[in-house]
Design a protein. Structure first.
Length: 402
């Protein structure tokens, strides 16, 4: 019963995380679009920076934006913050349940760095905190007054951190760590800058004072950053399903290219929302970056990587394949897993019978031959290069049965 309860708790956390993320991304995209689409004209009220007319759900909406604050506040004021907070809280819960509680399997790769689970978790938490502190200081420094330069320095720092994390954690763990760090920066911007600044503006207005316009400008800057970072974060959060990305030799460079894709795509839509000339070149950049990702993901992990049959291995008997899979994979991928901490077969994949092994031949090749994503934990069940060569030969022969 405890296993069943644990699995459903895991599912509930994921469900909440996805729902909260949809709500946060939706509101973020909408308000950036609204802000960019505002138009000025002579009939606007004092203090209004622009207005936009929208139609949705059978009705018309007249949206206006006060650049600092309106002369009078209404009794009810909607604050957009809980979507962000719920996304981060549920995301941290997932990080703790999946990666911190099972660090040996998912966070640590002992062929990369042989560290204890406690050390891995401590490094991860420190990375989340440090990422926000550095970003916040950059925005508040003179660098923050030049958006282009701030973006370039921030991108370079993100790439450097991505490279560093891949030298500490497993590929899967590094991607989740990078995504969690960016997500933490985004949520902390809401909690530590955007909302506090907005509250200061409201307090000043209630006191009859003129709010400091720098407060709104700082909040808008962080909001725009969040808008551009959203698509890369979504990719990183689902990356554990794509070993060709996280288990690649060039996984850190793939992260950089994913950021380029996300930023250029958002720039295209943001430009159109602002009624500027459509920067069609962004799609060429995004396509080139994606093709580069495909190319990099196909490169051998190392010179000795067993992506093809080893010399002398022309074909593999199914009995040899079955012995390898049973001895190296089925302790987790079974109806009743025997590996400590694994309650049910990951992704429901079971590899106990000849039929199950043949059914998942493509996944076996992808996870254990083309990449070394499996076994997790830095090859925790010690699948050898010779074993991988046998699996490669079997798959290339069409995955024949017994």
């Amino acid at each position: 019963m405890s296993i069943i309860a644990g699995e459903w708790a895991n599912f509930l956390i994921r469900w909440v995380h996805v729902i909260a993320g949809i709500a946060w991304i939706g509101s973020s995209f909408y308000f950036v679009h609204l802000d960019l689409s505002l138009r000025k004209h002579d009939k606007l009220a004092a203090g209004v920076g622009g207005e936009a007319w929208q139609v949705h759900g059978g009705g018309f909406y007249n949206m206006v934006k006060y650049m600092v604050a309106p002369p009078h506040l209404p009794k009810e004021l909607t604050w957009f913050k809980w979507e962000a907070y719920a996304t981060w809280i549920s995301g941290m819960a997932m990080l703790i349940v999946m990666y911190y509680a099972q660090a040996d399997l998912y966070l640590i790769d002992r062929t990369v760095l042989d560290i204890s689970p406690a050390a891995a978790v401590a490094i991860s938490v420190a990375g989340l905190v440090l990422g926000w502190v550095v970003y916040d200081l950059m925005c508040k420094s003179p660098l923050g007054r030049n958006d282009a330069l701030l973006g370039a320095v921030g991108f370079a720092l993100l790439v450097a951190l991505s490279y560093g994390f891949t030298k500490v954690f497993s590929g899967r763990g590094a991607y989740i760590q990078i995504g969690a760090m960016i997500g933490t920066i985004m949520v902390a911007s809401v909690a530590m800058t955007i909302i506090p600044n907005q509250r200061k503006i409201v307090d000043s207005l209630l006191k009859g004072e003129t709010p400091d316009p720098r407060l709104g400008a700082a909040g808008k800057q962080r909001s725009v950053h969040n808008n551009y970072l959203t698509l890369p974060v979504v990719f990183l959060m689902i990356s554990n399903h794509y070993p060709l990305a996280f288990a690649s030799r060039w996984n850190w460079l793939i992260v950089a290219l994913v950021v380029v894709i996300g930023v250029t795509v958002r720039h295209f839509y943001n430009s159109r929302h602002a009624h500027k000339p459509s920067p069609w070149w962004t799609w060429a950049v995004a396509a080139a970056a994606f093709l580069a990702i495909v190319f990099l993901s196909g490169q051998p992990l190392q010179k000795s990587a067993a992506a093809t049959p080893a010399d002398g291995v022309q074909k593999a008997a199914f009995a040899d394949v079955q012995e390898i899979v049973i001895s190296r994979c089925s302790m987790c991928h079974a109806a009743e897993p025997v590996w400590d901490g694994v309650g049910v077969a990951p992704k429901g994949v079971m590899l106990e019978t000849p039929e199950q092994i043949r059914q998942h031949a493509r996944a076996i090749w992808l996870q254990a031959v083309a990449t070394h994503a499996m076994p997790p934990g830095g090859n925790i069940t010690e699948l050898s290069d010779e074993d991988r060569s046998v699996l490669a030969a079997w798959v290339q022969a069409g995955a024949p049965g017994p």
